[in-house]
Design a protein around this ligand. Structure first.
Ligand SMILES: Nc1ncnc2c1ncn2[C@@H]1O[C@H](COP(=O)(O)OP(=O)(O)OP(=O)(O)O)[C@@H](O)[C@H]1O
Ligand SMILES: [Mg+2]
Length: 653
C-alpha cells in the first residue's frame, strides 16, 4: 500500500505505539505476578504445612508422655498395693475379708477398673470389681505369668478378651463393646463389632519377708470409653483452642483400628468412638509399624496428623495413638496468603496499566504532534511548529523539526525574493531589449541612407579636397554604426529555426573554406581532427555555421593572426552529444572575464574590431538547439570552446 507521501507499508495491521507499550508492560507484569503468586504462595503454603507437621510431631511426643504417665500411675498403684502389710498378712492368714474392703477403696480412689489378687499359682483370691467371683485361675494370663517368673512389676497396654472382661465385671465388658460406625475412607473390615477391651494394665509380685512369692496382684484401667487421657492431651497440648466452632487439636486412642477413646467429633457433636482409622494410615502404622506424619482424613475432615503404634508387653502392635490439628486453619492461612499475593499482583497490574497508559500517551501524543506538523508543512504551511513538552529525545526531535521548518521557511523566502528579483530583472532586460530592437529597426533604414550617401560622397570627392578626411571619418563611423545595428538586429531577432538533418563535419568544413583565404588566417595553421561517420543531427545549418564562424574568428583574433587552430569533432562517450572543439593558441581569457564573455556587448577588442555580440548570439543559438556552449582558458596559452549538440533518439534513427 502507498500512502500520501509515497512510503510503502509492508504489514497491514496497524498497532499504535501506546497499545504496544501497554501490552508489553502488561505481559511482563502478568508473568511476574503469576510466577510471584504461584511460587510465593507455594513456598509459604508449604512452609505453613511443614510448620504444622513439625508441631504435630512434637504434640505426639507430649501425648505419648501423658499416655505413659497414666500407665506409670497404674503400675505404681499396683506396686505399692503389693507391698502393703495388710495384703501380705491376709495372704498368709488366708483371711481376705479386710483386704478386700481396703482394696475396693484403693481401686475407687485410684480410678482402677480392675484390681485383683491371686495366690502364687494364679488362683484368684480377691476381685475388687466382682468380689463374688473367686477361685478361677488367672495363671495363664501373660502378665501374671511374667510376674511369677520375674518376681517384678510389669506394666503394659493390654488387650483383654470379652470373657476375661466379663469375669472382672459384666459392666466392663459392656463398656468395652463397640459396634463399628461407618465413616468415609475408613478401612474395610469383615467384622462389625469389637468385644475385647484395651487396658492399661500392671501386675506386681506379692512377696513375704523371705522374698518368696506368695501372690500376684494386677490392676488396670479400661481405655474404652474412658476419655481422661485424650482430653488431658487436648487440654495440655492444644489448650482447648477452637477454630470456627471445632476443636483445633484432637487426640485418639485406637484399639487396633477402632477409635475407643477420642475427642474427634461426629457431625452431631458426639465423640466419634466406634469409627475406624483410614486405610492408608492403618497400613503404615499397624501393618508396617511406621509412624505417620501428614495429612489424613479423620472421621469427616482433613487433619494434619501424627500417628504412632501402641505396642504391648510383647512388642506386638495392638493400637494407635493419634494427635491431629484441623487442616482448615492452615488451608485458610494459605488461601489468605494467596489472596494477599494476588491483590498485590492485581494492584501491580493496575498501576502498570496506568503508568504505561500515561507514558504511551505522552509518547504517542508527541509523535502525533510531529505528524500533524509535518502534514501542515507538506501542505505548504511553513509556519507549522511541533509543540512537545516532555523533556526527552522526542523534545529534541521536535526542536530539530522546528529548526528544519524555520530553515525551510527562510530558504523559501529567500528563494521567493530571488526569483522575484530575477523575474523583474529579466522583464526589465526584455523591455530594454525590445526597445533596443525597435530603435535598431527604426534607425536601420536612415542609417542605410547615411552609409550609402557617405560612400558616394567620398567616391566623388576629389583626392585633394580639404573635407576628405572628415568625410572619411563619417564613412568609417557610419559603417561601424551599421555593424552595431546589424548585430543588435541579429541578437534580438527571434528567427524561426530551419532545421534539417545535417552533418556537423560538413558545416564545419564549409566554415573553414570560407575563412581560409582571408588575410587574417594567412599565418594560422588550421588542424582538423574530425571523427568520420558521426550521426546526422537535426539542426539549422545556417545558424550553426554562424556559431562556428564566430568561434573561429574569435580564435584567430585572439592569436593576432599567427598560431594554431585545432578543430575537432567527436561523439561523447554516452553517445548523447556531438562535441565540436575549437582550440587556439591565443592569449587566453582572464578568470574575471570568463564570467562576462557571453554577455551582450562585452568585448575586450578595440572599438573598430568588436561589438561584443558574437558569443551572446552564439550562446542563444546553441541553447535553442538544446545544446551547450562551454569554455576553458589558460592565460598566455590559449582557449578551448566546446559546442555540444544533442543527438536525439529520433534523429539517430
Ligand atoms: N578565442 C578567444 N581567445 C581569447 N579571448 C576571446 C576568445 N573568444 C572571445 N574572446 C573574448 O571574448 C570577448 C567577447 O567575444 P565576442 O565574440 O562576443 O565579441 P567580440 O569578438 O569582441 O566582438 P564581435 O561582436 O565582433 O564578435 C572578446 O572581446 C574577447 O575578449
Ligand atoms: Mg567575436
Amino acid at each position: 500500500m502507498l500512502d500520501k507521501i509515497g512510503l510503502t507499508h509492508v504489514s497491514s495491521v496497524r498497532i499504535p505505539i501506546a497499545t504496544k507499550l501497554i501490552l508489553s508492560f502488561l505481559l511482563i507484569i502478568a508473568i511476574i505476578s503469576v510466577v510471584f503468586s504461584v511460587a510465593g504462595s507455594q513456598i509459604i503454603g508449604n512452609r505453613v504445612v511443614a510448620e504444622a507437621q513439625e508441631r504435630v510431631r512434637t504434640d505426639l511426643n507430649a501425648a505419648r508422655e501423658i499416655y505413659l504417665n497414666k500407665l506409670g500411675n497404674v503400675s505404681n498403684v499396683v506396686r505399692y498395693t503389693a507391698n502393703r502389710i495388710l495384703l501380705k498378712d491376709a495372704l498368709s492368714s488366708g483371711d481376705m475379708e479386710q483386704a478386700t474392703e481396703e482394696l475396693i477403696k484403693v481401686a475407687q480412689r485410684e480410678g482402677l477398673d480392675v484390681l485383683t489378687v491371686t495366690d502364687r499359682s494364679g488362683k484368684v483370691l480377691l476381685r475388687t470389681s466382682n468380689p463374688g467371683l473367686l477361685d478361677d485361675n488367672e495363671g495363664q494370663d501373660e502378665l501374671v505369668r511374667a510376674v511369677m517368673e520375674r518376681k517384678d512389676t510389669v506394666a503394659s497396654t493390654w488387650i483383654v478378651p470379652a470373657d476375661e472382661l466379663r469375669k472382672e465385671s459384666p459392666l466392663l465388658a459392656e463398656k468395652a463393646y463397640f459396634k463399628f460406625i461407618k465413616t468415609p475412607k475408613a478401612r474395610a473390615r469383615v467384622e462389625t463389632e469389637e468385644t475385647a477391651g484395651m487396658m492399661l494394665k500392671a501386675a506386681a509380685p506379692i512377696l513375704d519377708d523371705q522374698n518368696n512369692l506368695i501372690g500376684v496382684i494386677y490392676g488396670g484401667v479400661l481405655l474404652n470409653r474412658d476419655f481422661e487421657i485424650v482430653d488431658k492431651i487436648k487440654q495440655t497440648v492444644f489448650q482447648d483452642v477452637k477454630y470456627s466452632g471445632k476443636d483445633i487439636g484432637t487426640a485418639t486412642i485406637f484399639q487396633d483400628d477402632v477409635r475407643i477413646s477420642t475427642n474427634v467429633k461426629n457431625e452431631d457433636g458426639s465423640r466419634a468412638i466406634g469409627t475406624r482409622v483410614a486405610e492408608d494410615v492403618y497400613n503404615q502404622v499397624v501393618t508396617a509399624g511406621q509412624p505417620w506424619i501428614g495429612r489424613a482424613y479423620v472421621v469427616n475432615d482433613w487433619y494434619i496428623t501424627a500417628y504412632e503404634p501402641i505396642r504391648n508387653f510383647n512388642n506386638k502392635i495392638i493400637g494407635i495413638l493419634y494427635v491431629g490439628v484441623l487442616e482448615q486453619r492452615y488451608v485458610d492461612i494459605r488461601t489468605q496468603t494467596i489472596l494477599v499475593f494476588l491483590t498485590i499482583a492485581l494492584a501491580g497490574v493496575l498501576v502498570s496499566i496506568a503508568l504505561s497508559y500515561f507514558v504511551s500517551r505522552r509518547i504517542s501524543g508527541a509523535i502525533q504532534e510531529l505528524v500533524s506538523a509535518s502534514q501542515e508543512i507538506a501542505r505548504g504551511n511553513l509556519e507549522a511548529r511541533a509543540v512537545v513538552k516532555s523533556r526527552d529525545e522526542l523534545r529534541d526531535l521536535a526542536d530539530t523539526f522546528n529548526a528544519m521548518a524555520l530553515a525551510l521557511k527562510d530558504r523559501d523566502e529567500k528563494l521567493k525574493e530571488f526569483t522575484t528579483k530575477k523575474i523583474m530583472e529579466s522583464e526589465r532586460l526584455a523591455l530594454i531589449g525590445q526597445l533596443a530592437a525597435n530603435v535598431a529597426h527604426e534607425i536601420n533604414n536612415p542609417l542605410q541612407g547615411i552609409v550609402t550617401y557617405s560612400h558616394l560622397l567620398l567616391e566623388r570627392m576629389p583626392g585633394d579636397s580639404p573635407s576628405r578626411a572628415s568625410v572619411q571619418k563619417i564613412v568609417t563611423q557610419a559603417d561601424r554604426c551599421r555593424t552595431i545595428i546589424r548585430g543588435l538586429l541579429d541578437f534580438s531577432r527571434q528567427r524561426a529555426l530551419h532545421k534539417s538533418p545535417s552533418e556537423v563535419n560538413a558545416v564545419l568544413n564549409e566554415c573553414v573554406s570560407l575563412v581560409e583565404d582571408q588575410a587574417l588566417f594567412h599565418n594560422i595553421q588550421i588542424i582538423k581532427d574530425l571523427r568520420p561517420n558521426l550521426p546526422f543531427i537535426v539542426l539549422d545549418p545556417a545558424q550553426i555555421q554562424q556559431v562556428f564562424m564566430n568561434l573561429i574568428i574569435n580564435a584567430a583574433e585572439a592569436m593576432d593572426g599567427s598560431g594554431r587552430l585545432t578543430l575537432a569533432t567527436r561523439l561523447d562517450p554516452a553517445g548523447k552529444f556531438i562535441e565540436v572543439e575549437f582550440v587556439d593558441t591565443g592569449h587566453g581569457i582572464s578568470q574575471e572575464n570568463l564570467d562576462k564573455i557571453f554577455d551582450p556587448f562585452f568585448t575586450t577588442k578595440e572599438i573598430r574590431h568588436g561589438v561584443g555580440l558574437g558569443l551572446a548570439i552564439s550562446y542563444g543559438i546553441v541553447k535553442e538547439h538544446q545544446g551547450m556552449l562551454s569554455v576553458e582558458s589558460v592565460i598566455g596559452k590559449g582557449t578551448t570552446f566546446i559546442v555540444r549538440l544533442p543527438v536525439m533518439a529520433e534523429e539517430r534513427a
